[in-house]
Ligand binder design. Structure first.
Ligand code: SF4
Length: 347
């Protein structure tokens, strides 16, 4: 099977039936862009409801550009990786100011937008504009490595470049968008990370990985670094019917509201002293629960405590919020359990 036959086989298989994902039913570059950003770190099945809700609130680039960041984050809540939402917002403003509200039909210009990497630029260019560009995500990388029996460790710029070139050679000029979707579909439902369905695969006859008996082992990946564990004491500081939240300054979850927290400290006296440093006088009440959140390279082990403050003093970047306000704010998933406990007590 040569390159052309590979492409034809994959397209014929795709045309024979595939998942009806909502972003496959549109040609609107804006909608395709939003879907691609949401799909960057999230499974398609999860994205669907977020995608629909987001687009009913922000049906055009202009609506997104003129929206407030805080509200936008609320619509993103639960998808995680909030940097994506902020980049989307910045890019929307840029598209309005620089491109008159229409996404540029050019790979390099797309690639220059905040939050758009090689893969996303290739996907938008091919799917929305019919430009024969390669779009290599994790799914496509896996199909290519297995099909060509490529045993190099993936993740380095050189190997990434090689895989992009191999994919580029397969992109048909007449249906680049369908091919991009077909390759992603192959990776998602046929050439799956575990137990690929090689018996049903349209390109099995010439798949080198299968012939070599190593399909399931590919792509070869560098060993992951062990995740760092951070012990955090999360403080629910109540005053009457309000609880204190503060905006995070750190890069991770930066700009999002969380409850104040303290690293590697846990005795009631230590927690009260930590709050006193921020100008808040509070008495320790009781331990509330434990929560764990796993980021890509980091794990938060969180002991959540309740404290009672004397008064709602002004705290830099802080707000004393009621139950309803707490519910309406975009809080990261990492503190969802703590929010639940805070809301129970505010009832
Ligand atoms: S034959 Fe198996 S390993 Fe090869 S491309 Fe198809 S599903 Fe993937």
């Amino acid at each position: 099977m040569n390159d052309l036959e590979f492409t034809r086989s994959v397209l014929a298989w795709y045309d024979g039936g595939h998942r009806d994902l909502p972003w496959r039913l549109t040609k609107d570059p804006y909608r395709i862009w939003v879907s691609e950003i949401m799909l960057q770190q999230t499974r398609a099945e999860t994205v669907i409801s977020y995608y629909e809700r987001f687009l009913s609130r922000y049906p055009t680039v202009q609506d997104l550009a003129s929206g407030a960041e805080e509200e936008l984050l609320k619509y993103w809540e639960g998808l995680g990786y909030y940097t994506r939402a902020r980049s989307l917002h910045k890019a929307a403003r840029l598209i309005v100011s620089e491109y008159g509200g229409a996404l540029p039909a050019d790979v390099a210009a797309l690639r220059a937008l905040p939050g758009v990497g090689d893969y996303t630029a290739g996907a938008i260019a091919s799917i929305a504009f019919g430009i024969p560009a390669a779009a290599v995500d994790g799914n496509v990388e896996r199909v290519i490595c297995r099909y060509f029996g490529m045993e190099d460790t993936v993740g380095t710029p050189a190997v990434r470049r090689a895989i992009t070139e191999m994919t580029q050679a397969l992109v048909p000029h007449d249906r680049p968008g369908a091919f991009a979707n077909a390759m992603m579909e192959m990776g998602a439902v046929m050439c799956t990370p575990k137990n690929p369905k090689c018996l049903l695969c349209p390109v099995r006859e010439s798949c080198r990985g299968l012939a070599m008996g190593i399909a399931g082992e590919l792509p070869r990946k560098a060993k992951k670094k062990a995740q760092r564990v951070e012990k955090r004491a999360v403080l629910l500081v109540f005053c009457g019917n309000r609880v204190l939240i503060t905006k995070r300054k750190e890069k991770l979850l930066g700009g999002l509201f969380v409850f104040p927290d303290v690293l590697e400290k846990g005795t009631p006296a230590e927690l009260c002293a930590a709050l006193e440093e921020k100008g808040i006088r509070a008495a320790y009440d009781e331990p509330v629960g434990h929560a764990r959140h796993v980021f890509t390279h980091l794990i938060w082990e969180m002991d959540v405590h309740a404290l009672i403050a004397d008064e709602t003093v002004d705290v830099p970047d802080g707000q004393w919020v009621t139950r309803d306000e707490l519910q309406a704010l975009p809080l990261p998933t990492a503190v969802k359990a703590a929010r639940g406990w805070a809301m129970e007590r505010l009832e």
